[in-house]
Design a protein around this ligand. Structure first.
Ligand code: PLP
Length: 624
């Protein structure tokens, strides 16, 4: 099987070339390919630091085009008489450059934006300039939210205010009457069909958002009483993110399409059905109904959405609506890659064991004998023996019958036995259960220059898996097994699940790394472009990483924007420390130490220089 199952989750954007480097084809199979390792080396020569977030604008463009093409194909296939208008949920990644690029690439498709909060509404209103593109206004609302959204109609925008709470209908009616604006309104339905997977709680009777049927009816009555029933145009539902089973999506669609038909029949001016997000990303490439994957593709999704809506409308004899979807993960995940370097590994004993000396302890002699006789026939038995001798050595040590040197020699011998057994185990087709954990217990920790909390918070918070792999040396077999630990001094800052070809998911295949070689060992974390950047936090004060926008050109690529990550000064300010005060406090203490001859003048200068230089520096480690 191919390394890191890259074809499964990486197609059509990521692959491996003959040089053993990961390549990026931002336009999928439509040409143009960048050697990721060369690109990173190039960027480092330009003075950019690791960890580094690379953003490929062309991937973003490709995702939008794909999604629209899938819906266009579905509409053609079912001869659907309505259109598709996607919106991008700003919450997924609010970074200015990304939203700006997205709305630009979305123009040909009249791609709109979805806001889930007041600050996101401000972004959406100010950024979205595409004529006719929808501005879906979700989330909790107050008077100012509703009025601002409605007033944007005067600027030629197309806001649709989606009522998620019963009180919001009163706010909307009041604002409409105050401003004399006929608003576009929608309702978010609480479906009884349950979601599945991690975000199952987003749907169902006890979901946080959405209106029960009796509440939707109350909305209809209140709007009718205010002569605003023709403002009610959209039905929205969202059954959760990363829905791995297509059957769950279909169930929800069937229920929602019925609600749509019923609303149209009781006099609402229905024109849009907004199917929310949920279109999943195949993080592990297995194409299965499991949390890190999905059992359908984007095209199946579009087919099912269009088919279910068409059928319900045909049966109910109502006009087919404009179909809106709010896919975030499926749009934004692929466009960024987090690049980080390995700083070191947990140590393991040097290979090579000194020969047995006359008079060594019986337990050492036993382990020697075990080691020398390990073969493909007896490796299981040898493993038991080695464990037993190691245990006995620990007891003897506890009673004072074995010295420190002897205990250390036992450890080395045990390690060497396991190493040899492991080599044999790896060649076996079927590994006995008791040996399957050997890989895990022998795995090394690779200490990496990143913060899990800042850059992949969902891995820490909900165990979300992301593909991680080296971006070079891929023409060498990754003969080591390891886990990844980050820079924080938190034991949760540890990545514990990986994409594996044949070994356990708890460990990652990696190449041997020797710090003294001075060759960097660089890894990439893929598919992390949705949610991670904004959910990331400042645990241990590791700040935002540098970000680079790469755009593919005829000659290769161009660096479009460089967004510098946080300096230490910036993260310290965030927790109310001021640069001036910190420096002054250090200066005073240094001066006092000088007065007492506790520090030399050279040391004092170096201390203050380092302190000040650090304040302006990156929060991550530099290799030199
Ligand atoms: N729409 C709403 C209302 C959401 O809450 C979310 C996120 O959960 C989305 C859209 C985006 O979902 P996804 O990223 O699964 O496409």
């Amino acid at each position: 099987e191919e390394l890191y199952l890259i074809n499964g989750w990486g197609e059509p954007y990521f692959s491996i070339n003959e040089a053993g480097h990961v390549t990026v084809s931002p336009r999928g199979d439509r040409g143009g390919c960048i050697d990721l390792f060369d690109l990173v080396s190039d960027l480092r020569q330009r003075g950019l630091r690791l960890p580094l977030l690379l953003r490929f604008s062309d991937i973003l463009a490709d995702r939008i085009e794909r999604l629209n093409a899938c819906f266009a194909r579905a509409i053609a296939r079912y001869n659907y008489q309505g259109v598709y208008r996607g919106v991008y949920p700003v919450k997924v990644n609010q970074q200015k450059h990304l939203v700006a690029e997205l709305t630009k690439f979305g123009q040909p498709f009249q791609f709109g934006l979805e806001a889930g909060s007041k600050p996101e509404l401000l972004i959406a209103i100010a950024t979205l300039k595409t004529p006719g593109a929808l501005l879906i206004c979700n989330g909790y609302k107050d008077r100012e939210y509703v009025e601002t959204a409605m007033l944007s109609q005067r600027l030629g925008k197309k806001p649709i205010i989606v009522l998620e709470q019963l009180e919001e209908v009163d706010l909307a009616i009041a604002a409409a009457q105050k401003l004399g604006i006929k608003p576009n309104l929608g309702v978010r339905a609480k479906l009884s069909s349950k979601g599945s997977g991690r975000w199952a709680e987003s749907a169902g009777d006890r979901a946080k958002f959405g209106l029960h049927m009796w509440e939707i009816l109350t909305v209809v009555e209140k709007l009718a009483a205010a002569d605003l029933l023709d403002s009610l145009q959209l039905l929205h539902f969202h059954i959760g993110s990363q829905i791995s089973a297509i059957s769950t999506i279909k169930d929800a669609l069937r229920e929602a399409a019925q609600i749509y038909v019923q609303l149209a029949k009781i006099g609402a001016n229905m024109q849009y059905i907004d199917v929310g997000g949920g279109l999943a990303v195949d993080y592990d490439g297995t194409k299965t109904n499991s949390a890190a994957s999905k059992n359908y593709n984007m095209q199946n999704y579009a087919y099912d959405v269009v088919a279910e809506i068409k059928e319900a409308c045909a049966e109910g004899k109502v006009e087919p609506p404009t179909i809106v979807s709010e896919s975030g993960r499926a749009i934004a995940s692929h466009q960024s890659i987090l690049i980080f370097d390995v700083l070191g590994t947990s140590s393991r004993p040097q290979a090579g064991i000194e020969p047995l000396q006359p008079g060594e302890h019986l337990i050492i002699r036993n382990l020697f004998e075990t080691l020398e006789n390990i073969n493909a026939q007896n490796y299981q038995e040898a493993y038991h023996d080695a464990i037993q001798f190691k245990g006995e050595a620990a007891s003897l040590f506890g009673f004072g019958y074995l010295g420190l040197r002897e205990r250390a020699r036992v450890e080395r011998l045990y390690w060497e036995c396991c190493d040899r057994i492991l080599k044999i185990v790896r060649q076996q087709e079927h590994v006995p259960d008791e040996l399957s954990d050997l890989e895990i217990s022998m795995a090394q920790t690779y200490y990496c220059n990143l913060s899990v909390f800042q850059s992949i918070p969902d891995n820490w918070a909900i165990g979300q898996m992301f593909p991680i792999m080296p971006i070079h040396r891929l023409n060498q077999e990754p003969s080591n097994r390891g886990t990844i630990a980050d820079l924080t001094c938190d034991s949760d800052g540890h990545i514990k699940e990986f994409i594996a070809r044949y070994s356990s998911k708890e460990i990652l295949e990696l190449h041997p790394f020797d710090k003294n070689d001075n060759d960097p060992y660089i890894l990439g974390l893929f598919l992390g472009g949705a949610y991670q950047e904004i959910l990331g936090d400042l645990h241990n004060l590791f700040g935002d990483t540098d970000t680079v926008h790469i755009h593919i050109t005829h000659r290769g690529y161009k660096v479009e924007h460089v967004v510098k990550g946080d300096t230490m000064n910036e993260v310290l300010e965030y927790v109310q420390y001021s640069r001036g005060e910190l420096l002054e406090s250090m200066r005073r203490e240094t001066e006092a130490a000088l007065q007492e001859d506790a520090i030399t003048i050279d040391e004092a200068r170096l201390l203050l220089q380092n302190f000040e230089h650090s304040l302006d520096g990156y929060t991550y480690l530099s290799p030199t």
